[in-house]
Design a protein around this ligand. Structure first.
Ligand code: MRU
Length: 361
C-alpha cells in the first residue's frame, strides 16, 4: 500500500546517518549527514531533528555511530563506551521518553550480543536501529488505521505542534489518521495551530499537509477558542512526548490549554500515542521532567529581537495535560478509553503490527 505524506523520509541510513534538517523547513529542504555522536546530540538539541519517535530513532543510530569505530576485541570496554555515549545522547532532551527508551533498547541489544565478535556486535546494533525505522512505520500506519475512524465526513480536526511524518520516521502519529482518511476520500479539514514559540505547526505541519494535499487552515494558538466556539472543530488530535501510567500526557506547550478548551466546548480530545511514548515507570504527569529552552526562542523571531532585551522569560517546551481531559488514546493496538491506568496496562504487552503488511488497507 502507498501512503505518501511526504515524498521523502525524515531519517535513513545510507553510508551513514541522514536526517532532514527540520530547523530550515519550510523554506529550505536539506538533508544533513550526522557523522559523529556530537553532531547527533547537537541535531537533537537544536531541533534539527525533533518529535519524540524520530529523536529516539536518531539516538539509536547515534549509539551505533558512537561504537562503530571501536578498535580491538575488548567487549567490556565496548560496553563501557556505549554506556557513556548513551548517557550523553539521553541528556540532549529530557521530556520525550522515546529518547531514553531507544538508547536503552540499543544497550540491551549490545549486552545480549556480548558473546559475538566486536564486528558482529556492531552489525547487530546497526540492524537494530534500522529495525526501529520499520517498526515506527508500521506503528504509525496502525495508529492511522485506528484513528481515521474518528474523522467524520465534513468535520474539522484541530492539531497542535507537529506530530506528523517529520516527528517520526515517515508517517506521523496524530497526522497519520488524517493521511489515511484523506486517502479514502473522506472530506474534512484540519485546523493547524501555529505553535509558538518554535512554530512547529506553521513551519512543519502546514508544510506536510500542503504536500499531501490535505485541506487545512493555519491559525494562531490564541484563536483555537474562537474556532471551537464557532462549531468548526469536531475533534482535537495531538501527539505526545510521554504518557504517564495514569494517562497524564506531556506534549508541546499549549496542549493543556487546548484540552481544557475542548472540554469546555464538549469536543473530544484524542492523543495519538505509540507505546514507545508510554512511560510505565511513572505513576503520574508530576514525574515528567519538563524541558526549559532558551528564552531567545520567545524574544527573537528569525534572528531579530521582538521584545526588550534583558527581561525575564519563562520558556517550558512542554506541558502536562491531566488525564481527565483526554477522551482516548490512539495507539498501534487500538483506542484506549478511561480508566486509563487499566487500559494502558492492558495494551502493554499486546502484540503490535510487526510489518506494514499486517494492516488491512
Ligand atoms: O519540541 P518538539 O518539536 O520535539 O515537540 C514535539 C511534540 O510535542 C510532538 O507532539 C510529539 O513529540 C509527538 S511527534 C510524533
Amino acid at each position: 500500500m502507498e501512503v505518501k505524506p511526504m515524498n521523502t523520509p525524515t531519517i535513513f541510513y545510507q553510508d551513514g546517518l541522514v536526517v532532514l534538517d527540520q530547523s530550515k523547513l519550510p523554506l529550505i529542504k536539506e538533508y544533513l549527514r550526522l557523522n559523529d555522536v556530537q553532531s547527533v546530540y547537537e541535531a537533537i538539541l537544536s531541533l534539527k531533528v525533533r518529535g519524540a519517535p524520530v529523536i529516539g530513532i536518531t539516538a539509536a543510530f547515534g549509539l551505533y555511530i558512537g561504537i562503530k569505530d571501536f578498535p580491538g576485541e575488548d567487549r567490556e570496554m565496548l560496553l563501557k563506551q556505549a554506556y557513556q555515549v548513551g548517557d550523553y545522547l539521553k541528556s540532549a532532551r529530557p521530556t520525550a521518553v522515546n529518547l531514553a527508551w531507544a538508547v536503552d533498547r540499543m544497550l540491551n541489544k549490545l549486552k545480549e550480543s556480548l558473546p559475538l565478535s566486536v564486528q558482529e556486535i556492531k552489525d547487530t546494533l546497526l540492524a537494530e536501529a534500522q529495525k526501529m525505522i520499520d517498526e515506527d512505520n508500521a506503528v504509525c500506519l496502525a495508529i492511522g488505521q485506528y484513528g481515521k475512524k474518528l474523522i467524520k465526513p465534513n468535520s474539522g480536526i484541530l492539531t497542535h505542534c507537529n506530530a506528523g511524518g517529520l516527528g517520526t520516521a515517515r508517517f506521523g502519529t496524530a497526522l497519520a489518521p488524517m493521511y489515511l482518511a484523506h486517502r479514502e476520500g473522506i472530506p474534512f479539514k484540519v485546523f493547524v495551530d501555529e505553535t509558538r514559540p518554535v512554530l512547529q505547526g506553521a513551519r512543519l505541519t502546514a508544510w506536510e499537509l500542503k504536500q499531501a494535499g490535505v485541506p487545512f487552515t493555519l491559525i494562531c494558538d490564541n484563536m483555537a477558542a474562537m474556532v471551537m466556539a464557532k462549531g468548526w472543530v469536531q475533534a482535537v488530535i495531538v501527539g505526545t512526548d510521554r504518557v504517564a501510567g495514569n494517562g497524564d500526557v506531556a506534549n508541546k506547550i499549549g496542549t493543556y490549554g487546548l484540552a481544557v478548551l475542548a472540554h469546555a466546548h464538549n469536543i473530544p480530545f484524542y492523543v495519538a500515542a505509540p507505546r514507545t511514548s508510554i512511560d510505565y515507570k511513572i505513576a503520574s504527569g508530576e514525574e515528567i521532567p519538563i524541558e526549559e529552552r532558551d528564552p531567545k526562542e520567545i524574544t527573537m523571531v528569525s534572528g531579530k529581537d521582538i521584545a526588550p532585551r534583558d527581561i525575564e522569560v519563562y520558556n517550558p517546551a512542554f506541558d502536562v495535560t491531566p488525564h481527565q481531559y483526554i477522551t482516548a488514546f490512539i495507539t498501534e493496538t487500538g483506542l484506549v478509553f478511561p480508566p486509563f491506568r487499566q487500559g494502558l496496562e492492558e495494551i502493554r504487552f499486546k502484540p503490535g503490527p510487526s510489518e506494514k503488511t499486517d494492516l488491512d488497507l
